[in-house]
Structures are given as structure tokens and as C-alpha cells.
Ligand binder design. Structure first.
Ligand SMILES: [Zn+2]
Ligand SMILES: [Zn+2]
Length: 827
């Protein structure tokens, strides 16, 4: 339907054309030639000026390439091709992120095996990507599902383990009872599974973690000196979540034994301790049992049971405040007053110490909680025009304007001073210490699923946790028919005895394999290291090639990966550097986030039925027109609105360029006005592309095309030929064809090896200038005149300006004229 509707708008060739622009023919021809000549193959070993233009690799879905992928990749391709025109040896690899729950769930849904589906999907992606004309070096492709690849993913796991950075612990996790898997916090949206919308529960499982939280200070500090999109850096800073504060001990008494114990809380507002009127423990806090009085035990236990059924995200975001009193009291070390100890789910064991001091006067959540349970609310900070008796109708949280009140030795201090002072006072008594806290948790890499690289660990009754020796890698994921997860919480691999039982590498007795596979984010945390070295199967990455090509020169991807993939890959790089495998600690020298495209004002989605299938559009308009349109529809870093009606305009632009080459003439001289516009365009496009301002670059070229063909004039060869290079990053096939037609191949076989057109500032200079006009020495106007205007003509032009005429009535006494700059009329 859609196809025939748009076909009618196909531009008919202009009657003057010698031959018509046939994108399909041209594109297939050049794709074949590129393949035969290895035009897109980078000389990895010998490159003199390596430029690694990386794009985020796609998950090869069964639906095929999404137009959003193509928007992202084409943006990277234009940048890469431009860098090649600037004389770099550009390496533009592309592979597939093919493990993970998306593929597995899809396979389950359609009743096929992922080992069957993935190669098919990859072949389809490859076909689509090649058709789009990307400058990808396909000799260096990879798939994370290839045992030759995940052998090294497993090797990386072992490197972390050897560095003491991998450990097992029992942990509360989000559990989707439908997908039967653990979910990361970001896969839980509004308390339900992001994928299947089933309410998420909490479970406790033994899992593998990486100590990324140890790297929080370094991950944060390096953000100050890497050249990344600010939006991405901000997202990482917030995710790492550094907060400076204090850990404070509140003495309490064990309810059962009567012994002394201490509840430690972390707070970023130690200054408000005089307003701490209660403590709250997370339901999982280890002291809850011993602190609960017998009279309150039933209520506390019931509350803890209820909490277990909740997921972590709901607990963090829920506005409803629930809780239960333990019957016990602790001592506020600042006031020495007893304060009640509560248990509530708004406190998480994972953050800080799993306990907080409740300061309802100055924390909004505490205010709600205290209001709900009728706990005392005390003001200890007041703002302007407030004093210690001003009632609180809500929490007062402003730190900048606050002054301490009702706080003994802190009274009268500003908030920052009070923070420092109270930590000094309490530290002297051994009751507090200054600490820095991070929101970043350790990375749980265990997945109780099938479709991933098995974690290379063996459990032996005699030897304990044993690593699979490097020589036995990869631990190959076996082909099993029955890979559906069940309710056991154990990976389906555990049901396959012949794989599960294995001799212990140390003692030889029968032992058991780890049945969890690793998180897909581990696959993608190091893939960029592999591309240059795909031919080297004895190492994860060749030392020399890595030194030559890495860190990645330029990385382009979506901001939806700002915190997980981009943070994990930084972490893994740091770890590998510390282990002596890499010479750098930051993987991507430059990162730019691209925007996203919508269609006709609406978000594209399968359910809306408004997905753009790139195949149809490329068939209809040609890959070059489609690429150019995609990058013309909005600023690359912001995205834009895909409108079917706008594509013909872009295609017409390429048609006109093609026609210009067919009709151009060598006779006579080029038109100076056209040449001026040409050089202005060379400058603008050359400035815009490295800034990723593709839409403005295309607009400038279109504008030039209008000047070039004004009144359907016959263009001069010199006015046309440089345009072939300017358009080449956008429309590479057309550019190669025109390069060949105009004899460029005598200079360089490919337009991409011919360099960027020379910009001549003299050509580009505007012939008109702005002349400052003064009357009696005071500036009255600025007028645009020809650069070489003489005095008489300048005076005449100035007098035709209304303002000048008003001030300079009557015959001038004297004229001061500085050609090209200034005219002063003295009257
Ligand atoms: Zn689910
Ligand atoms: Zn053993």
C-alpha cells in the first residue's frame, strides 16, 4: 500500500538529462566494486594514521534492521568517511550483540532455537547493512555468540576473579515470575517487568558480582577529562551518585540479651542530627531480630514478609509510607535523648548502611513518615525570616540559605559549617566519621538463563569453587532443545546432566558446572577490543594492534546506554589495564550521543504499526537518498521527525547533482558568484560534519545546488566537480559514480581516497562589506556596499539611508573615507 502511494511521487528525470540517475543500478555496481577492490578494508597492520570510528553494535532482531539503527550507523559512517577524506586510515567495524534475554524470549515465543535463529537474523542484518552502503570492514565483524568470541568473555571473567573483583553472594533480586529470571533495576518499570508487564517479586539467590563499586571514585573522576557528550557524562555522574556525609553510631540495647549494640547510619546531613527523632532500619537489616521486643515481634515479622513480595524499584519510588515499630529505643549521640527504632521499606539495605536517622523537619520522605506515624518533628534549620519557633508544614530542605537552630553548639552556623563542626564533635567522642558514599552498586552478572556464555566455574565438593583452566576455554554453551527457564530459579543448563557433571580440574572427582550464564552487558563491555584482532584466535586482543588502534578514536551511540554499557566497558577497561593487559584506562577518547527519530510526530513502535522498514525506502528512493534524508531530518544529536513526504526533496537534490554532471561544460570561465557560494559551501560542510551537524551540511549543499542551477543555467565543470566530494560522505555510491564519470579515477580509484576539496578563502570572500557611517564622528548607521566602492558612490549610498540623511542634512563640510571600513560625514 504504502509503496505504491509513494512510487507515484518518484521524480521523473528532467528532459535535458542525458541519462537519468538510477540509484539502484549505481549502488549495486559500487557495492560490488568496493567488495572486489577491498575499498572498505582498512590496512589494520600498517595504517599510518589510524582512526577508529566505532558505532554501538546492534542486537540482530528477527524483525531486521530498525531505521533507528540505520540513523545511528549512517551518522557514524558519514563521520568515518569524512575522516578518511581528511587522510586518516579509518576503521569502521560492525558486529552483533546477539546473546541475551531478547533473543531467548523471542525464540521461545516462536518456538525456534536461538542457535538457529541468530545466524539467520545476522545474515539478514548483514544484507541490509551492506545495502545501506556503510564503509564497514566486514573482514572484522564478530558476534558475541560465537565461541571464538565468548571464549574471551569467559577469560575476562577469570581476570576479574584473579584480581579479586568477582565474588558470590546471596542477594535480594528482582524476580519476574513470568520470564522466570532476575531483572536489573532498570528492567523494572513501575513495579512490573519491562518486557512482559508481570508484577515483579523479590527473591534471594546466590549470584556472581563484580566489584564495580570499588571503582566509583575513578569512574567519576575521569569524567572530568574525557571528551564525551555532556548529557552522557551527567547521566553517569548521577548514576555513580557520589554523596559526602558521615557515618554516625547510635547506641542501643539488644532486646533479647540486653547487651549493648550500635546502629550505624549514613547521612549526607549530619548537621541535622539534633532533629533526628527516630531511626529506621531496612527490613533486611541484620539487627532487626535482636532489637525487636517480644511484644512487637509478630508485627515486625509480618511486615518483613510483606516487604519480600515487593520489588526494589517500587520500594525506592513508592510514595506510600509504611513501617512498624520494634519497641526498642536508641540514643541520639548529639542530644543523648532516647529515640524509637522503626523498620520501614523505604530504607534499602543496598544503600549506605541499611539504616537511617529520621529527620522529619528536613527530609521530605522522613516528614511523610513522621506525619503518618505521629513521630515528633523538630526544626533545626531555618531559612530567611524564620526562627526556631516557626512551625514546619513541610520539610525544609534548603541548604544554602539555612541557619542552624535548636542544635546546641551548632546554633547560628550555616549548614556547611554545621556539617563540618558536628562531625568534629562526634568524631572526638568516637561516635562518627566523615565518609563518602556512592549510589553505584556492584554489578550482578549472573543470569539464570540459557542464552549466554556459561560462567567458567566448576564446583567441587573437595576443592570448592574452581576456575575452568584457560586451556579449557571456551566452556561451550551446549545445544539443548529444552532451554525454557522454570520456576526453580536455576538455569535450564542444570537440567542437562551430561553437561552439568564434569571432572574437577584440580582433583578429577566428579564436580558440577556453574549453570548461570553471564549478563549480555559483559559481552558488550569489551567488544571494541576484539574488532582489530578478530584474526588472532590465540589472544583476546593482539598487543601491537591494540596499541595502534585503541583507545577508540570516536564512539557514537544512543544515550539509553549512558549508564550500563558505557559504564561497564569503562570499568572492564580499567580492570584490564590494572592487570597489565591494556595501556589505557578509558576505552573511548570521544563519545557522542545521537538523538532518536520519530515518525510523523509519533514514537515508532510495532503496536502502532508505524515502523519504517529501511528495505522498502531504499528500494524506492535509493540508499544514498535515504541516508541523506535520515541525516537531514533533524540535528543528529537531537533526532527528528521522519516524514515520508520529505524524502522526494532529498532525492531531487541528488537528481540535480547527477544531472549537473551530465550537462556541465568546460567552456569559458566559472561564474565568480557561483564559485564564491561553492567555497562558502566547502567551508561550511567541512566545518559541520566534524561537529555532527549533518542536517545543516545537507541544507548548505542544497542551497548551493539552487545557486548552481539557477534558471537551469549550464554549470561550469569547476563549479560542479568539488560537489562530488562534498556529498560523498552522505551519498557514497553516487559520489563514486560521478567521480568515475568526471575522470577522477585517474587521480584516485575511490573518491574517498582523493581528499577533501581545497577551500579558498579568497574565493569565498563576500564582495560586499559593511561600511560604518558616521555623522560628525558619531556612528549613525552601517550600510552594505560593494567592497571596492569609491568615495562618491559611498556618500551617495550613505545619504540614501534615512537615519544618515536626517543627521547629515545640508552640504557636507568635510568627508573622511577609509575604503572598505568607514565613512565620516562632517556637516
Ligand atoms: Zn517478565
Ligand atoms: Zn576437586
Amino acid at each position: 500500500m504504502e509503496k505504491s502511494a509513494t512510487r507515484n511521487e518518484s521524480p521523473a528525470p528532467a528532459p535535458t538529462d542525458v541519462i537519468a540517475y538510477d540509484p539502484n543500478g549505481i549502488e549495486r555496481k559500487w557495492q560490488r566494486i568496493w567488495q572486489e577492490r577491498g575499498t572498505n578494508s582498512t590496512d589494520i597492520e600498517n595504517a599510518a594514521r589510524p582512526f577508529y570510528a566505532l558505532m554501538m553494535f546492534p542486537y540482530p532482531s528477527a524483525e531486521g534492521l530498525h531505521v533507528g539503527n540505520l540513523f545511528a550507523f549512517t551518522g557514524n559512517d558519514i563521520y568515518g568517511r569524512f575522516q578518511r577524506l581528511m587522510g586518516h586510515n579509518v576503521f569502521e567495524p560492525l558486529g552483533y550483540d546477539a546473546f541475551g534475554i531478547h533473543s531467548e524470549n523471542y525464540a521461545l515465543k516462536v518456538g525456534k532455537h536461538p542457535m538457529e535463529l541468530i545466524p539467520r537474523n545476522i545474515a539478514n542484518f548483514r544484507r541490509q547493512l551492506e545495502r545501506a552502503g556503510l564503509m564497514v570492514d566486514w573482514r572484522h565483524t564478530l558476534s558475541t555468540t560465537d565461541p571464538e568470541y565468548y571464549k574471551w568473555t569467559q577469560w575476562i571473567f577469570l581476570q576479574l576473579m584473579n584480581q579479586g573483583l568477582a565474588y558470590r553472594k546471596q542477594a535480594a533480586v528482582n524476580w519476574c515470575p513470568n520470564c522466570k529470571t532476575v531483572l536489573a533495576n532498570e528492567q523494572v518499570v513501575g513495579g512490573v517487568c519491562e518486557r512482559c508487564k508481570t508484577p515483579v517479586e523479590q527473591r534471594s539467590l546466590e549470584q556472581w558480582f563484580f566489584r564495580i563499586s570499588d571503582y566509583a571514585p575513578r569512574l567519576l573522576a575521569n569524567l572530568d577529562h574525557i571528551d564525551w557528550s555532556e548529557t552522557t557524562k551527567t547521566a553517569q555522574r548521577n548514576w555513580i551518585g557520589k554523596s559526602e556525609g558521615a557515618e554516625i553510631g547510635f547506641p542501643a540495647t539488644d532486646a533479647a540479651q540486653g547487651g549493648a549494640c550500635e546502629i550505624r547510619v549514613f547521612t549526607t546531613r549530619p548537621d541535622t542530627i539534633f532533629g533526628a527523632t527516630y531511626l529506621v532500619l531496612a527490613p533486611e537489616h541484620p539487627l532487626v531480630d535482636s532489637l525487636t521486643q517480644a511484644t512487637h515481634r509478630k508485627d515486625v515479622n509480618a511486615y518483613r514478609e510483606r516487604t519480600k513480595k515487593q520489588d526494589l524499584v517500587t520500594r525506592k519510588t513508592s510514595t506510600e509510607k509504611t513501617g512498624v515499630f520494634t519497641g526498642s529505643y536508641a540514643v541520639n549521640p548529639a542530644t543523648n535523648a532516647p529515640i524509637p527504632i522503626w523498620v520501614a521499606d523505604y530504607v534499602l539495605m543496598e544503600y549506605g548502611t541499611g539504616a537511617i536517622m529520621g529527620v522529619p523537619g528536613h527530609d521530605s520522605r522522613d516528614f511523610e513518615f513522621a506525619s503518618e506515624f505521629k513521630l515528633p518533628i523538630v526544626r533545626v534549620v531555618c531559612g530567611e525570616r524564620e526562627d526556631k519557633n516557626t512551625p514546619l508544614t513541610e520539610a525544609y530542605t534548603d541548604c544554602d540559605l539555612g541557619t542552624m537552630v535548636n542544635s546546641g553548639p551548632l546554633d547560628g552556623l550555616g549548614v556547611d559549617d554545621a556539617k563540618r563542626r558536628i562531625v568534629e564533635i562526634l568524631s572526638a567522642k568516637g561516635a562518627a566519621k566523615a565518609v563518602v558514599n556512592y549510589r553505584l552498586h556492584d554489578w550482578c552478572i549472573s543470569r539464570q538463563r540459557y542464552w549466554g556464555p556459561p560462567i567458567p566455574i566448576i564446583y567441587c565438593d573437595s576443592c570448592g569453587v574452581v576456575q575452568v583452566p584457560e586451556k579449557d576455554l571456551p566452556v561451550v554453551l551446549p545445544f539443548v532443545e529444552d532451554f525454557k527457564p522454570d520456576d526453580s530459579g536455576v538455569s535450564p543448563l542444570a537440567r542437562h546432566e551430561e553437561w552439568y557433571r564434569v571432572p574437577c580440574p584440580e582433583c578429577g572427582k566428579t564436580a558440577r558446572r556453574e549453570t548461570d550464564v553471564s549478563d549480555t552487558f559483559l559481552d558488550s563491555a569489551w567488544y571494541f577490543l576484539r574488532y582489530p584482532s578478530v584474526a588472532h584466535n590465540n589472544v583476546p586482543f593482539d598487543r601491537e594492534l591494540t596499541r595502534k588502534w585503541l583507545p577508540v578514536t570516536s564512539y557514537i551511540g544512543g544515550n539509553e546506554h549512558a549508564v550500563l554499557h558505557l559504564l561497564y566497558s569503562r570499568f572492564i577497561t580499567m580492570v584490564l589495564q590494572e592487570a597489565g593487559h591494556l595501556d589505557f584506562e578509558e576505552p573511548y577518547t570521544k563519545f557522542r550521543a545521537h538523538g532518536h527519530i520519530i515518525r510523523e510526530g509519533a514514537k515508532m513502535s510495532k503496536t502502532q504499526g508505524n515502523i519504517v522498514n529501511p528495505d522498502e525506502y531504499i528500494e524506492e528512493w535509493g540508499a544514498d537518498a535515504f541516508r541523506t534524508y535520515l541525516l537531514f531530518l533533524g540535528p543528529y544529536e537531537q533526532g527528528g521527525d521522519f516524514r515520508d513526504a520529505s524524502i522526494p526533496g532529498t532525492r531531487r537534490f541528488l537528481d540535480r547533482l547527477f544531472a549537473s554532471v551530465q550537462t556541465m561544460s568546460d567552456a569559458g570561465e566559472p561564474d565568480p558568484d557561483v564559485m564564491r557560494k561553492l567555497h562558502q559551501t566547502i567551508k561550511k560542510v567541512g566545518d559541520d560534519i566534524p561537529r555532527l551537524s549533518y542536517n545543516t551540511a545537507v541544507a548548505a549543499m542544497m542551497e548551493y545546488m539552487n545557486v548552481l542551477r539557477k534558471g537551469e543555467r549550464t554549470p561550469h565543470r569547476d563549479e560542479v566537480v568539488p560537489m562530488i566530494s562534498l556529498v560523498s560522505p552522505f551519498a557514497p555510491h553516487l559520489a563514486e559514480e560521478l567521480w568515475e564519470q568526471t575522470g577522477g579515477t585517474a587521480k584516485a580509484p575511490s573518491v574517498f581516497d582523493a581528499g577533501w576539496p581545497e577551500f579558498d578563502a579568497a574565493f569565498a570572500a563576500e564582495d560586499s562589506i559593511e561600511l560604518v557611517v558616521q555623522v560628525n564622528g558619531r556612528v549613525r548607521s552601517k550600510i552594505r556596499v560593494a567592497r571596492n566602492i569609491d568615495q562618491t558612490a559611498a556618500v551617495e549610498a550613505a545619504m540614501s539611508d534615512a537615519t544618515v540623511a536626517r543627521f547629515a542634512s545640508g552640504a557636507p563640510k568635510k568627508i573622511i573615507f577609509v575604503p572598505g571600513r568607514l565613512l565620516n560625514i562632517v556637516v
